[in-house]
Design a protein around this ligand. Structure first.
Ligand SMILES: Cc1cc2nc3c(=O)[nH]c(=O)nc-3n(C[C@H](O)[C@H](O)[C@H](O)COP(=O)(O)O)c2cc1C
Length: 475
């Protein structure tokens, strides 16, 4: 696994070399940029797009869309061969996270992020072209592809989590973090002491760090140390002047400040990953920005949510599935042959696991752990466990197993009062927080699995051989 880039600019150069970068000049910020993002997100194999020259903003202030929108560019970001197949990517990733040895950060004095520093009266977050991503959004979201850096006040653990941020005015940005997320836990600890929470928001920067910050890696492990290990060298950071937080030396844009413990401002609505404006507008904490840092000709990373599947689901399906597979193995569930967090459910609402059944209750054990794991616990809906002959990544195959191997009266359970939050569209306003889950055992029933009707169709090996011999008929 070798990364062929160091920062976002080198990544863009590599993407240009493979012919997957399109450049646009002079597009209207509204409504076109949000609409272009939607078009790219909902088109297979669409390119990455870098937009420049927005009316009213300096030339060179750019927005990048659809960075990891296909498997080739995801492979580039992760340092894997560009032509890697679907299951190979998943397996390579799983092995990589299993072997990971976290690398502590390296503090440096200088870096491109310090090319432009604005403090005090000069703080103006409105200087960056920031689209209104969806027609009914309540504001302009500068933070969409944006790791938020926070520190646990008790332990010193530095976390990075991607949480959305809406511009209120030149010096204040709204911050929405779902209950249970690491940044929220850090923030709540400061608030419980009556103290403001220091935060630094990376509004554009390295895509490996963005990916690290957007998946549920372990508690107490810093995404910096994780991304450093992936890169094979310590992550270079600068101690930010006001918050003391480590900020990436080669980021594009960083906003640093404090989240006020008691004051609130209306946040949202915002088009969300479930495909709805479900959390509407609520009073939420906001960041008082003390300093802005940016490179010359800065690049904002735009990852606005769209109806699933959209860009992050193209990479999260692999990464979250690999994390869950590892959790199942670590929890002692044997013979897990496949895991897939389905894109259509935003990689959260529908999780499929396949096992080779070894003992009575094996399927239920896998169901319970897959439903409550760190990777999948938040805002899930349906978890299904199937036998090893089912391709968990194939929605038709999984649905066929549910429809033919699962008796609703005896193989489906509903769990109540699970981890949810304001974004859950099926919970009524005013009652959000908890939800229920459907657990489906779609394995052949253990008690009579050997008498279960044999399935029609060739084995995987015979299918492969047929395609080798007769595949020319399909061309
Ligand atoms: C583009 C994008 C936007 C996201 N926006 C939010 C958000 O606004 N609030 C939130 O709690 N999680 C959001 N998430 C999900 C979190 O980033 C994700 O759960 C991550 O694991 C959080 O980090 P943590 O595990 O360290 O808390 C977003 C993820 C992506 C990819």
């Amino acid at each position: 696994m070798t990364l062929t880039y160091t920062d976002l600019r080198e990544w863009l150069a590599r993407v240009e070399e493979i012919g997957e970068l399109k450049q646009v000049r002079g597009a209207p910020l509204d409504p076109d940029v949000g609409q272009i993002a939607e078009m790219l997100h909902h088109t297979d194999e669409s390119p990455a797009v870098l937009l420049d020259e927005f009316a009213g903003y300096p030339k060179g202030y750019r927005i990048l869309l659809n960075a990891n929108g296909n498997r080739r560019r995801l492979a580039l970001t992760l340092g894997l061969p560009l032509d890697i197949g679907k299951m190979e990517l998943m397996n390579a990733w799983e092995k990589r996270i299993a072997d990971l040895k976290p690398l502590p950060v390296q503090y440096v004095e200088r870096g491109p992020i310090l090319e432009n520093v604005h403090e005090g009266d000069a703080v103006n977050v409105l200087k960056f072209p920031t689209p209104k991503w969806h027609e009914q959004d309540g504001g302009r979201y500068i933070g969409t592809g944006s790791p938020n850096i926070t520190r646990d006040p008790d332990t010193g653990w530095v976390n990075l989590g991607v949480y959305r941020s809406m511009i209120h005015d030149a010096k204040r940005i709204g911050s929405y973090i779902s209950p249970g997320k690491h940044g929220r836990i850090h923030r709540d600890k400061y608030f419980a002491r009556g103290e403001p929470c220091p935060v630094a928001l990376v509004a554009g920067g390295d895509l490996l760090l963005f990916i690290a910050a957007s998946v549920e890696i372990e508690n107490d492990l810093s995404e910096y140390e994780w991304a450093g290990a992936m890169r094979g060298r310590p992550y270079e950071v600068i101690r930010e002047k006001y918050t003391g937080l480590p900020i990436p030396a080669d980021a594009e844009i960083v906003l640093a400040g404090f989240i006020h413990p008691t004051e609130r401002l209306p946040e949202g609505p915002f088009g969300e990953w479930t495909g709805y404006y479900a959390s509407s507008q609520r009073p939420e904490p906001f960041v008082e920005v003390k300093a802005i840092y940016h490179r010359n000709d800065p690049i904002l990373l735009g990852v606005p949510p769209n109806k699933p599947p959209y860009e992050p689901h193209r990479f999260r399906a692999y990464l979250r599935s690999a994390l869950l597979k590892r959790t199942l193995e670590q929890a002692g569930v044997p013979d897990v042959t496949g895991v897939w967090c389905h894109e259509v459910g935003g990689c959260r609402l529908l999780t499929a696991v396949s096992i080779k059944q070894r003992y009575p209750g094996h399927a239920k054990q896998a169901l319970l752990i897959a439903t409550g794991a760190r990777a999948t616990g938040y805002l899930g809906r349906v978890t299904v466990v199937v036998d090893e002959d089912i391709d968990v990544t194939d929605l038709s195959d999984v649905t066929w197993a549910i429809l033919t191997r699962s008796d609703p009266a005896t193989q489906m359970d509903i769990i109540h009062r699970a981890w949810s939050g304001p974004l859950d569209p099926i919970i009524r306003p005013g009652q959000k927080g908890l939800n229920s889950r459907l657990l489906i055992d779609a394995c052949r029933p253990w008690e009579w699995k050997d008498e279960f009707p044999p399935a029609i169709g060739p084995s995987v090996e015979v299918k492969r051989a047929t395609r080798e011999k007769w595949g020319h008929l399909l061309k």
